[in-house]
Design a protein. Structure first.
Length: 64
């Protein structure tokens, strides 16, 4: 194979279906990353809340 300017500099045309598919794939990757980050943050906050509750339990309300 010989290297020529047409092969390297001429972009190939993509179909609308291919563009939509690629956009969909990228969008789902972003959504998955955000979901993972949200779940990680939730687990961290839950752990901190539970350790805080165990360290200082709330007193029971006084009966009247």
């Amino acid at each position: 194979m010989t290297a020529n300017s047409e092969r390297f500099f001429k972009p190939t045309k993509t179909t609308a279906h291919k563009k939509a598919s690629e956009t969909n794939l990228v969008a789902w990757r972003i959504i998955d990353q955000e979901t993972t980050a949200r779940e990680k943050k939730t687990d961290k906050l839950r752990t901190l809340r539970l350790t805080n509750e165990m360290a200082s339990p709330t007193p029971l309300p006084k009966r009247k």
